[in-house]
Design a protein around this ligand. Structure first.
Ligand code: 531
Length: 364
């Protein structure tokens, strides 16, 4: 079985290794546009040697942003800046990926370092969030979303399709739909936040309809040779995870039939119930999803050790390992992982101008 530093081919794309930079919100955009922050940020991550770099959650519409600082792909004007990012990631030898999402009821907040609360209605940047049902994230919060009409649903699905088309125009080769973290798609699936009585609520088939229809519609415009993936929250830590996981596996069978190529196994965060944080906590869950759906899997959350990650791949538990804070802490962490795994000439996971001198440090 291949290990962490073996290439990975999915559809027509080959990653140089199984290490992926997980999408990490930066909240440094303006009107959804790339600023001076993004190109150096993503270039340095890509030069660090990972096989795949997934650009942060990028909104398919203005009301789908978590904060006013989210990147967007809701207009053609957004393509140019992200095309430079995709090109720079590819020039560094990594595959450029991006996560497309709609924050639903969690939209319209300040960044976490400003408190993460909903923008006050009096704030000129404030907008009304939309969601499957007019249920607040937490009872105390006045931040009540508007319940989506059928027309809203069709518009947002078209927004995903249009943003996927722009994603391809920008030169990205890996697309991850954001179906986790209590955002719009997850909240359609969630028993906690979908109280609809139409074809998008009630039964599991109905609650999954938005997700299945969106994958099928995006698949129409996203080239068959390029991986179409989704991060799906399969656990909620709400005391009902036996059912949540079984339902997620059932939904994934339909998403696979609709054209999904890989699932990035995540957490639902539909409620604020406490999470039993632990190292590598989702790996066994991802292994079960891989076994029962036949889909390749990636996962993240507290995976920090290279030897353990290598073992997850070698044992066929994961196909791809998503690292987030490891790479924020050190964009060149792939080199540390290569050293830990005794790769020959570990510095050569980095570009030549770095690798040559690092590999020859003992001699002038
Ligand atoms: C877009 C996205 O999923 C990001 C938003 C910022 C926090 N990120 C990580 C996070 C997820 C859920 C709870 C706490 C932290 C996820």
């Amino acid at each position: 079985m291949p290990g962490l530093f073996d290439p990975y081919t999915l559809k027509g794309i080959t990653l140089r290794n199984r290490l992926a930079v997980s999408p990490m919100c930066q909240y440094m955009a303006r009107e959804g546009l790339v600023t001076d922050w993004h190109l150096p940020h993503y270039t340095s991550l890509a030069r660090g040697g990972a096989g795949l770099v997934v650009v942060e959650a990028t909104a398919v519409s203005p009301e789908g942003r978590i904060t006013p600082g989210d990147l967007g792909l809701w207009s053609d004007a957004h393509v140019q800046g992200l095309a430079a990012v995709a090109r720079s990631i590819a020039d560094a030898g990594a595959v450029p990926g991006i996560q497309l999402g709609h924050a639903g009821r969690k939209a319209g907040c300040t960044p976490p370092w400003e408190g993460g609360a909903p923008l006050p209605k009096a704030d000129p940047a404030h907008w009304e969030p939309i969601a499957p049902s007019a249920l607040p994230l937490i009872a105390e919060q006045p931040h009540l979303p508007r319940a989506m009409t059928g027309a809203d649903i069709r518009r947002v699905q078209q927004d995903f399709v249009d943003a996927a088309q722009r994603t391809h125009d920008a030169g990205f080769q890996w697309l991850e739909l954001h179906f986790a973290h209590g955002f719009l798609a997850q909240s359609f699936l969630s028993k906690h936040f979908n109280a609809r009585d139409d074809a998008y609520g009630g039964s599991l088939e109905n609650r999954a309809r938005f997700l299945v229809e969106t994958v099928a519609a995006v698949r129409q415009v996203w080239p068959a040779s390029l991986p179409l993936t989704a991060r799906l929250g399969v656990l909620e830590f709400d005391g009902d995870d036996g059912m949540n996981l079984a339902e997620s596996i059932e939904v994934l069978a339909h998403l696979k039939a609709a054209g999904l190529d890989l699932v990035d196994v995540g957490i639902g965060f539909s409620t604020l119930s406490p999470v039993p944080w632990a190292p590598n906590m989702l790996v066994p869950v991802a292994e079960r999803v891989r076994r029962e759906t036949g889909l390749p899997v990636a996962t993240s959350w507290l995976i920090t050790d290279a030897k353990e990650a290598d073992g997850f791949v070698r044992k066929g538990q994961l196909d791809l390992v998503m690292f987030a804070r490891r790479f924020l802490d050190n964009p060149h962490w792939t080199q540390q992982a290569a050293r830990a795994l005794d790769l020959p000439k570990p510095s050569w996971v980095l570009p030549s101008p770095y690798a040559y001198w690092l590999e020859n440090w003992a001699t002038p």
